[in-house]
Write a protein that binds this ligand. Sequence first.
Ligand code: IMP
Length: 425
Amino acid sequence: MVFVGAQWGDEGKGKVVDVLSERAQAVVRFQGGHNAGHTIYVDGVKTVLHLIPSGILRPDVLCVIGGGVAVSPTDLLNEIADLERQGVRVRDRLTIAPTCPLILPLHRELDLARERRRGNDPIGTTGRGIGPAYEDKVARRAVRVAHLLDRTCLREALAEVSDYHNFLLENYYRWTPVDIGSMEAELERLASTLSPMVRDPVPELARIRTSGGSILFEGAQGTMLDLDHGTYPYVTSSNTTASAALSGAGVGMRDIDAVYGITKAYTTRVGWGPFPTELDDPVGESLARRGREAGATTGRARRCGWLDAVVLRHSVKLNGLGGLCLTKLDVLDGMEELKICVSYRHPRMRDPTIWLDPTLLSECEPIYETLSGWTEPTTGTRDFLALPESAQSYVRKVEELAGVPVVFLSTGMERKDCIQLKEIL
Ligand code: IMP
């Protein structure tokens, strides 16, 4: 079962996956890196995950970092240490695929240098080195997790990328080069701690499926940030849509029995690029404040706007979504009226296929349907029929516009603040 972000990320995938992992045998991350930030609240304790799958708070669940994930060894070990300080057992439950490309300090520097070079048209990356690390993968020169298992292999692989990137940093970007010796020494130091967790996840995942177990595939970022299908070039450097679960984990099509999209009850975006329903006004500010819309990874303020059903319909098609998990419904409490974008109008173009071009999309005017809001608080509601009628109508309208049912509703930050409208697992 695959869970992907249906918008521009930060939809609350971590919470949904954490809730549903209660009945799963494994949770797998299949793309992205520590640009992701998945926040989970259990009994008032906040856990923020970046690379480790959101099944880690369930002691019997196997957690897998699939080969499609770009791994920063330093950040992964820091995350493990943070969890262990919280009393969470990690090392015997975490499998790291040997095929993951590594994110090195060089990649981070390149990410920052590139953004600087773009001047007043940056992508607004998280500055974590994600793009440059995936570039090395495609260029077939990546240093991979497997290299950590053998010192000679590691040194050889590092020498190749270091020469290349330091040349680029110094001579093209006029940037300070990275000290290769200390990078190598740091990696060698981390290698011995990570090595026991490195193993091919493919046989274990196949075994779980054959024995009838459930595997949750946890996406990172969101559909509109997909490298191929999102608002290119203002996207991340991996495929965030459901099909990436297969290649990024190492399973077959028959191993996927359903795909669900996570969407907020409104829309947010971090970083630059078109965002048709963005509200640059007190309503947007109020959504940001009430929804605590600051990035879990970078702390950057998120741009906020009304829910966009054009985006949701696109997501349904791209991912083959069987349903939606709607989060942060309670953030809309107390708003007099609510809007949902049902279509776009472009001043010159009629052709609906061009709507993903960033310039054209930024020129589109959203056409809204207005719905009435509700005054009663919905935070923590656990029964759909206990929701105010207008809130129920809002959910029904989302289903009608997206063309798929809402199967799960999140009504607050805590694990238990949710309503399952349909048996998912
Ligand atoms: P990168 O993934 O750091 O290269 O950033 C590329 C774009 O994706 C930027 O707009 C980022 O803000 C956005 N992005 C990356 N990861 C996330 C995420 O986890 N949530 C939301 N946006 C993200």
